[in-house]
Design a binder for this molecule. Structure first.
Ligand SMILES: Nc1nc2c(ncn2[C@@H]2O[C@H](COP(=O)(O)OP(=O)(O)O)[C@@H](O)[C@H]2O)c(=O)[nH]1
Ligand SMILES: [Mg+2]
Length: 268
């Protein structure tokens, strides 16, 4: 049996997940890979790609709002939890054609997926032994060492939650000015430079907090490694692919797999 690769795209709202799913799928298809696209966002109004498997066929935010008399936020939470109960069915639908790659687009609001038990139920069911998470850090938010620190912490929290090998990408890299790009690269390559930038930040407490967080993060290179990627220019897509290949080949640190959780085991 050929191996199936699962790649989840996770990031804050508007970080470019759906666009990257579209662009990356075309990149793979150009290389004769059989790709299945999965939309897990029940609230998606429009998607840049045509999903092969769509969670909107299983749950509808509007219907949940009407039936349970919930506002939009409550309905999104209810839907996220309901999706978990369909995880087995979705898996069957996804794997039916035995594709090479399964690209999974996650809800616009990351917290609905990454920080609710339902997200872990899904990623522990809808997966193979070659599953990775691509975490998108929005380049347009990268303006200071403290915002970088906050973004990386968020990425680490996702990794703690989902317990899958993870690769960080700096999305929308085409929006970086030459100077921003230089700083972004130096941030990741030169720890001393980061420290000196942090120590120049206005708020001393913030600076020392960022510094101690950064020094912990720096101990785990994979946590701070970040690939500039643009869905607009195609920059970094091949790097991302190479990185995923290394993960799938087992070159990355192993993560403890907690095994599949059943939907009824989840703490809602
Ligand atoms: N400049 C630029 N804009 C992008 C890129 N990727 C996505 N966008 C834009 O960012 C917005 C949000 O993208 P989307 O993929 O819907 O984000 P999602 O909420 O994470 O799925 C859209 O207006 C996209 O056109 C990129 O690589 N470069
Ligand atoms: Mg999206």
């Amino acid at each position: 049996m050929r191996g199936m690769f699962y790649v989840y795209f996770v990031g804050t709202a508007g970080s470019g997940k759906s666009t990257l799913v579209d662009v990356f799928s075309k990149w793979l298809e150009d290389r004769d890979q059989d790709v299945v696209l999965v939309n897990l966002d029940p609230g998606a109004k429009w998607l840049p790609y045509g999903p092969d498997v769509d969670v909107r066929d299983y749950v509808s935010v509007e219907r949940v709002m009407r039936e349970f008399m919930l506002g939009p936020n409550g309905a999104f939470i209810a839907c996220a939890d309901m999706i978990a109960s369909f995880a087995d069915k979705i898996k069957e639908e996804v794997e039916r054609g035995n594709p090479d790659y399964i690209l999974v687009d996650t809800p616009g609001q990351m917290e609905l997926f990454a920080f609710r038990e339902a997200g872990r139920v899904i990623t522990s069911t809808l997966c193979s032994d070659r599953t990775a998470v691509v975490y998108l850090v929005d380049a347009s938010l990268m303006r200071s060492p403290s915002s970088l620190t906050a973004s990386l912490l968020l990425s680490v929290s996702v990794q703690f939650r989902l317990l899958k090998p993870q690769v960080n990408v700096l999305s929308k890299s085409d929006l970086l000015t030459k100077r921003d790009r230089e700083i972004a690269t130096r941030w990741f390559e030169h720890v001393d430079y980061i420290y000196s930038m942090i120590s120049k930040e206005e708020n001393a407490l913030l600076g020392s907090l960022s510094q101690s967080i950064m020094s912990s993060l720096m101990e785990f290179e994979s946590l701070t490694d970040i690939i500039p990627v643009s869905s607009k220019t195609g920059e970094g897509i091949d790097d991302l692919f190479a990185h995923l290949q290394r993960i799938f080949a087992g070159g990355e640190e192993e993560f403890v797999d907690v095994g599949p959780l059943r939907a009824d085991e989840a703490w809602y």
